[in-house]
Write a protein that binds this ligand. Structure first.
Ligand SMILES: [Zn+2]
Length: 53
């Protein structure tokens, strides 16, 4: 079907999937993205890692 590449950002502390976003078309980079984002579960900023949903 459509080439949708939904990425999920998972909190590295509680493992919750807090953020979803659609990756750009055909990104070839395979390295995992790590970003600091607010986790509503931990109620603080934590490191979020990218994983495929
Ligand atoms: Zn968390």
């Amino acid at each position: 079907m459509a080439e949708r590449n939904i990425q999920t950002l998972v909190c590295s502390e509680c493992k919750r999937k807090n953020y979803h976003y659609q990756a750009g078309k055909k990104r070839a980079d395979k390295k995992k993205v790590e970003v600091r984002k607010f986790c509503p579960s931990c109620k603080k900023h934590t490191l979020h890692k990218e994983s495929k949903s």
